[in-house]
Ligand binder design. Structure first.
Ligand code: PHE
Length: 450
């Protein structure tokens, strides 16, 4: 069977950045930063992106582009009988778990998008809170929205790499950037917005604890889609002349910019109405609609349009990411089990939908669905971002750094010697020593050993 490829460099960067830029930037980053000390968290996050994220991304790219195969076969290809394919399996499993809980939040965004068009988000603080509680605890609605989101993803993914994934990313990513910039400018022009900008940009290191480190690491990996073999799968559609390091840098930059822009939409608006932005995962569903109304009370129409644009932004960002999570499993089942793309996509859709149902219920109608005292949704989020992704990323670095012959790694890094590869030595040092050691230290600290 002929494998798909992305058609151009722009397509490669936009599709991969589409995967990276998602609810992780617009939903997860602002509340994580809000809870973990604003700028101090932000600095740690940037550090993790630069020191661990970029080398990790390049490693996944090298494996994927070299093998031109789905995640499990890609890790298997150079493994000489060693069980490295399990790193690929881990990535596939992680991506299906993420798709399951992510679709719940994406479904909320879809509901909020329509609710803002219909003008249902207008009202006092108690009303908006009530709106969220009664919607999210409905036994049916959040499940329906979540599954609708997975189905939209499904029907895009089955169209294939170019006609589905690349086309959706090329259309949505530019709209997303424009929306982000317009919303950021409007938010920063509000009276009293400066305090919010300071919260994001002036660090308070007294807030930094071991937990904050782990959260920053998890956020960096989650946000870059690193450790799920997602980048490895996308890289298998890259062309042989794609500059891997440059692409990783561009994608990391776009991703970080989006997180900053999202922070600059949310924190200034919150500061302008005197609300602390540390209200956790429901920040954008309970706190924000209030903030938008109060901040734009001088011109309610602007508030109305602002709110529609904001939830449209979330839906688009989430969509290009769910596509990538779905593709990891779809590519795997298609190539490994020799099923048609249609059939394979259904396997992923059904598995993720089942998890989505339980995750949606755990934060709504059935709060008893818990693991380790956390609602299933929060548990899946914590398990994947703080443990499975850093573990997948670390194993990938060890694989490329120590196991794969460095000549082969160098050839991929330099596109068979056509690039100078000035940073190759630094890259190799990072994947051999820096990434694994840092990740192990952070894990040990979290387990209380250090
Ligand atoms: N990077 C995406 C985001 O920021 C989430 C994601 C994680 C996508 C893992 C694919 C794989 O929302």
């Amino acid at each position: 069977m002929e494998r798909g490829t992305f058609s151009s460099k722009v397509g490669i960067v936009l599709a991969t950045a589409g995967s990276a830029v998602g609810l992780g930037n617009v939903w997860r980053f602002p509340y994580m930063a809000g809870e973990n000390g604003g700028a101090a968290f932000f600095l740690l996050y940037i550090g993790c992106i630069m020191i661990l994220g970029i080398p990790g991304m390049v490693s996944e790219f090298i494996i994927g582009r070299h093998a031109q195969a789905n995640a499990a076969s890609a890790y298997d290809k150079l493994s000489n009988g060693w069980p490295w394919r399990y790193v690929g399996y881990l990535g596939i499993l992680t991506s299906i778990i993420i798709l399951g809980f992510y679709a719940v939040v994406a479904g909320w965004c879809l509901q909020y998008f329509f609710a803002s068009i219909a003008g249902h988000l207008k009202g006092d603080t108690a009303y908006v809170k009530d709106y969220f509680t009664s919607f999210s605890s409905d036994p049916v609605k959040p499940i329906v929205w979540g599954i609708v989101f997975i189905l939209l993803t499904h029907f895009t993914v089955v169209k294939g790499v170019r006609a589905g994934i690349e086309r959706a990313s090329k259309r949505l990513m530019p709209i997303l950037l424009v929306l982000l910039i317009v919303l950021m400018v409007a938010s920063c022009l509000l009276p009293g917005a400066l305090a919010g900008v300071k919260f994001l940009l002036l660090p308070d290191f007294s807030k930094v604890t071991g937990k904050v480190f782990l959260e920053a690491l998890g956020q960096a990996f989650f946000s870059l889609s690193l450790g799920t073999a997602c980048l490895c799968t996308y890289a298998s559609y890259f062309s042989k002349d794609t500059h891997l390091l440059r692409s990783a840098g561009q994608i990391a930059l776009l991703d970080t910019m989006t997180a900053i822009l999202s922070g600059l939409i949310i924190f200034p608006a919150a500061a302008s109405v005197g609300v602390r932005p540390d209200s956790g995962p429901s920040l954008i569903f309970i706190t924000l609609p209030n903030i938008f109304q109060q901040a734009f009370s001088f011109a309610p129409v602007v508030g109305y349009v602002f709110s529609i644009m904001f939830y449209a932004l979330l839906v688009f960002a989430a969509f290009t990411s769910t596509i990538s999570m779905h593709e990891i499993g779809t590519a795997f089942f298609t190539e490994k089990l020799n099923h048609s793309r249609h059939r394979s996509a259904w396997v992923v859709t059904i598995a993720a939908s089942l998890l989505c149902i339980f995750c949606a219920l755990s934060v709504g109608a059935c709060p008893d669905i818990q693991l380790l005292d956390l609602p299933l949704l929060a548990f899946c989020d914590m398990l994947t971002a703080n443990f499975m992704l850093p573990l997948g990323g670390m194993l990938t670095c060890l694989y490329v750094g120590w196991y794969v012959p460095s000549k082969l790694v160098r050839d991929e890094f330099t596109n068979q010697g056509t690039l100078r590869g000035r940073y190759f030595a630094i890259y190799l040092f990072a994947v051999r020593y820096v990434c694994p050691i840092c990740i192990v230290l952070i894990f040990l600290h979290q387990l209380g050993v250090l």
